[in-house]
Ligand binder design. Structure first.
Ligand SMILES: *Cc1c(COP(=O)(O)O)cnc(C)c1O
Length: 389
């Protein structure tokens, strides 16, 4: 028998990403492929740039989608900004901070680690101390929304501290973009990267990035070439640069960029602030429901992400069996714990179009049934939706 076409099952995606994709985006993906230097495509690229500037709240000219997933955006920031010998302060409070450290060292930099416990925000007092102790550090790097733990850090405050100490900032906003308040220009972020498959509800595979003038100056004045040819921003600018003639660098993922364009149009229609508020609303409803059923959230209130809810697995419950039953019986995907938290927590995502009332209620009902709980979390969430308290 010849291998047949692949038809994936229909799931509800409530894990750490990818999130459910808007039908309008799937439709955009199927539009005719055209050349990546076609004038029509180039016009669309300019719109993508403008929409990304809107989403990041930046006027940075160097704002564009890297043709690869969030990890490539991370690598692009570190490979371009970290020069051999640079001292970089990196905050680690989960898996993605650890990856930042790895990137710093691979770029030849020296990582100064500020550690916080998993499930907590980055402690700004520790960061301030590190900036004072290491006055020769040139960059501060941290994760805004730690998807491995569900903790949100105060990006505004951390960036202000970095500026006071003459450091550039690299901020991971893969999970925060469109899900949490994020203001690249107001907060003075110098390099930022994100992903398409989290709160933008687009297909995976693209990483929006943005660099400030200060960051561009550091990249332009490097003594050594950027080690990665593909991610060298000096070269990528030749293709994505505005006004100038576009030069071939690599073949852009044409249809995936149609998808990103559509995702950003949808976001603009809703309004970025409204998207932040929607994530917050459904997070609160989900938290009410989980707590009503006796399930505990790992992150203290005030440091919680709306779009990623990390739940303690109750004593005596088989982690994998529960997730498997949710998938088989309810077509519902929730995330497993990562790194230090593997086997100890579940990660329930409310990202992009997955952040809606139906998903919240269905997830709570499914958990009640699979865990054989007595209290009705969906009823508690519904009360919250009606009364907002
Ligand atoms: C998902 C994620 C990444 C990596 O993105 P990929 O698209 O999986 O490469 C990086 N940082 C954070 C905080 C993430 O949540």
């Amino acid at each position: 028998m010849a291998i047949q076409s692949f038809h994936p099952p229909r799931r509800t995606l409530m894990g750490p990403g990818p999130s459910d994709v808007y039908p309008r985006i799937s439709e955009a993906l199927s539009r005719p492929t055209i050349g990546h230097l076609d004038p029509a495509f180039i016009q669309m690229m300019d719109e993508v740039k403008e929409l990304l500037q809107y989403s990041f709240k930046t006027s940075n000219a160097l704002t564009l989608p890297i043709s690869a997933p969030g990890s490539a955006g991370m690598e692009a920031c570190f490979a371009n900004l970290v020069e051999p010998g640079d001292k970089v302060i990196v905050c680690i409070n989960g898996v993605f901070g650890m990856r930042m450290k790895e990137n710093i060292e691979r770029a030849g930099g020296e990582a100064i680690v500020v550690e916080d416990s998993w499930g907590r925000a980055v402690d700004s007092a520790k960061v301030e101390q590190a900036l004072k102790t290491h006055s020769d550090a040139v960059i501060l790097a941290f994760v805004h929304a730690e998807t491995s733990t569900g903790a949100k850090s105060d990006a505004e405050k951390l960036c202000r501290l970095a500026q006071e100490h003459g450091c550039l900032t690299i901020v991971d906003t893969v999970t925060s973009l469109a899900g949490s308040e994020l203001r690249v220009d107001d907060w003075g972020i110098d390099a930022v990267y994100s992903g398409t498959q989290k709160c933008l509800s687009c297909v995976p595979g693209i990483s929006p990035v943005s660099f400030s003038e200060k960051a561009i100056a550091k990249i332009a004045n490097r003594e050594s070439k950027v080690q990665s040819w593909f991610l060298d921003m000096n070269l990528i600018m030749g293709y994505w640069g505005q006004g100038t003639k576009r030069a071939y660098h690599h073949t852009a993922p044409v249809n995936t960029l149609y998808a990103l364009h559509e995702a950003l149009v949808i976001l603009q229609e809703e309004g970025i602030e409204q998207a932040w508020e929607r994530h917050q609303l459904h997070h609160k409803a989900l938290a009410k429901g989980l707590e009503a059923m006796g399930l505990e959230l790992v992150v203290p209130e005030g440091e919680r992400l709306s779009q990623l809810n990390v739940v303690q697995i109750p004593e005596g419950i088989d982690d994998a069996a529960v997730r498997s039953e949710l998938l088989q019986k309810y077509n519902l995907e929730i995330g497993a714990g990562l790194g230090n938290l593997a086997g100890k927590v579940w990660r329930i995502g409310l990202m992009g179009c997955s952040a809606n009332q139906t998903n919240v209620l269905n997830c709570l009902s499914a958990l009640k049934s699979v865990l054989k709980l007595e209290k009705d979390g969906a009823a508690a969430a519904l009360t919250f939706y009606h009364t907002k308290s």
